[in-house]
Design a protein around this ligand. Structure first.
Ligand SMILES: O=P(O)(O)OC[C@H]1O[C@H](O)[C@H](O)[C@@H](O)[C@@H]1O
Length: 566
């Protein structure tokens, strides 16, 4: 532990280390033999989510020690500090108030003299007005045609949350609206954008420029390409009255919405003031889907479902604030992670949803967890003396079964898995035959989900076969996992699920004593890329670079000039 930890914190940590030495000798299957009530002891149901932690390699005593560690780390006070708007983001000296974005209108939260709830609901109302115009077919492009395609230009937190949620809730599209399709372009190389530009009609395409800072080169490069594409194709058309050619100003006005915490930069880029949606510095990028960055979500599911998503997250916030630590889902999920990383040395974590609608959930969590907790100094700036965020990756579970599960079952690396699945699906399919088939497919997916966590736990003991299999057919088992069952995948349960993981990340940050709300580790790469770009364009000399970087740039230059470098 770090130097500033109190004697009581150290004692709690050391008690866990001693306990881990004993428990590491015990195979997970033994823990099930030792206690018949593991399911009830380690499973909790809240807000439409059932969290099964019984397949973690822990017992009652472990949980007791972990809860003591959480108390000693001041977790209850830290939760209150987060939710009440204290400046928990110490390196940037500001609150982290994403939970305020989902407060109901009747709530009260005043932070440093500002009525946060009123400001949040005003921005939601503004977003709602834009959504209604688009859904009514009343938002027209510069030549007078209703907008058909909306492309979100954003990256990181300005992309992954909306991308994940729009896919997860695609079934919730409102009926009887003007059809608006939503697309995402994030990569700085322009791959996704180039595809859209080749296929869409500029007259009916609108871009959302989503960037908290409005300085992200990836997004601005895409935006500039899109702007020139529109200007080049639309300026030859006549305006809505059919008398004059459309002006550049009208094109930018009608084909761009900006979402940012910097109105000045949006104005400087040319976004019309009434087409700007605001948010605040106190909302971290990767925590921002709940507000105006969620515009693509609201465009897909409508405002009523968007509000249900917020309500689900708010219900989880209330649970996080009010439930005792030993009943508190985010706390328990966070503590399971601490146990795995710091006491069982399991530093790889796989996210495995068994529902195709959650295709982007792992990518979303990769940013949420690793950008938040991939840190190695404490809030006081000391080196941590322990591991923090594990390597986290994932993929749809059924597809991953045919790809990397081999390593989960027989590799040398211990991995903890999160299995995520809805209990009910396809009730709304009208054709009875198709419904029967799809329900059977859903059952098949769940059977695989439950089977995989069982085999990971039991290994060879999952089958009743006589004799020992040859070495290459053996399964070691003893791999811990968590299963999260959603009653159904709805806006409300999805909101609760995302908030569960957000708060889990916070719980772990408190125990590790790190700031989960900054991301200084991404800045140096941006600065060096700028320098490198100048070198590649021949504006500055390469001499200061290492041999590898010089070689790569020279090879690129030669390729660009059509020569080969030997
Ligand atoms: O929304 P923006 O300011 O454009 O930032 C987009 C993303 O890029 C940054 O480099 C950060 O690593 C992310 O946390 C952020 O979400």
């Amino acid at each position: 532990m770090a130097r500033h930890h109190t004697p009581d914190q150290l004692a709690a940590w050391q008690a866990l280390e001693r306990h881990a030495r004993t428990l590491r000798q015990v195979h997970l299957k033994e823990l099930f033999v030792q206690s018949e009530c593991r399911w009830s002891a380690f499973t909790r149901t809240v807000n439409g989510l059932t969290l099964d932690l019984s397949k973690q390699r822990w017992n009652d005593e472990t949980l007791g020690h972990l809860l003591a560690l959480a108390e000693e780390a001041g977790l209850p006070g830290a939760i209150e500090a987060l939710l009440s708007g204290q400046r928990v983001n110490v390196s940037e000296n500001r609150p982290a108030l994403h939970t305020a974005l989902r407060l109901p209108a009747e709530a009260t939260l005043t932070v440093e003299g500002d009525d946060i709830v009123a400001a949040v609901h005003e921005s939601l109302a503004q977003m709602e007005r834009l959504v209604e115009r688009l859904h009514a077919g009343q938002w027209r492009g510069a030549t007078g045609k209703p907008i058909r395609h909306v492309v979100n230009l954003g990256v990181g937190g300005s992309d992954l949350g909306p991308l994940m949620v729009t896919h997860a809730l695609a079934d919730y599209r409102p009926e009887d609206i003007h059809p608006v399709e939503v697309h995402f372009a994030s990569t700085m190389d322009g791959s996704q954008l180039a595809d859209y530009l080749a296929r869409f009609n500029p007259e009916t395409t609108l871009f959302i420029l989503s960037s908290k800072s409005f300085t992200t080169i990836d997004t601005l490069s895409n935006a500039n390409t899109a702007k020139d594409w529109l200007l080049g194709r639309l300026s030859e058309h006549d305006d809505m009255a059919g008398s004059d050619p459309v002006s550049a100003e009208l094109i930018v006005r009608q084909h761009f919405i900006g979402v940012s915490a910097s109105p000045e930069k949006m104005c400087a880029w040319g976004i019309a003031p009434d087409h700007q949606l605001m948010f605040w510095e106190w909302v971290g990028g990767r925590y921002s889907l709940w507000g105006t960055i969620g515009l693509p979500i609201a465009l897909i599911v409508g405002m009523a479902h968007f509000r249900a998503l917020l309500a689900g997250a708010h219900a989880m916030d209330n649970h996080f604030r009010q439930a005792p630590l030993d009943q508190n889902l985010p706390v328990l999920l966070g503590l399971a992670g601490i146990w795995n990383v710091n006491f069982l040395d399991i530093r790889a974590h796989s996210i495995l949803p068994y529902d195709g609608r959650l295709e982007y959930f792992a990518a979303y969590l990769e940013q949420l967890e690793m950008e938040s907790n991939g840190k190695s100094v404490t809030r006081q700036g000391e080196e941590v003396g322990y591991s923090t965020c594990p390597v986290l990756w994932g993929q749809l579970g059924p597809n991953a079964q045919h790809a990397f599960y081999q390593l989960l079952h027989q590799g040398t690396q211990p991995v903890v898995c999160d299995f995520i699945a809805p209990l009910k699906r396809y009730d709304d399919i009208e054709d009875p035959d198709t419904q029967r088939h799809l329900k059977a497919q859903h059952r098949l997916a769940l059977a695989n989900c439950f089977a995989q966590s069982r085999v990971l736990m039991l290994g060879d003991d999952a089958v009743d076969e006589e004799g020992t299999p040859p070495a290459h057919k053996r399964y070691r088992g003893n791999q811990p996992s968590t299963t999260v069952l959603m009653d159904e995948l709805t806006p409300h349960t999805l909101g609760a699920l995302i908030a569960l993981y957000e708060h889990k990340v916070f719980v772990q940050a408190v125990i590790w004593d790190i700031n989960p709300f900054d991301q200084w580790g991404v800045e140096l790469g941006k600065a060096i890329a700028k320098e490198t770009q100048a070198m590649m364009e021949g504006e500055s000399a390469l001499d200061s670079l290492d041999a590898s970087s010089q070689g790569l740039i020279r090879t690129f230059r030669a390729a660009e000039q059509g020569k080969s470098l030997k």
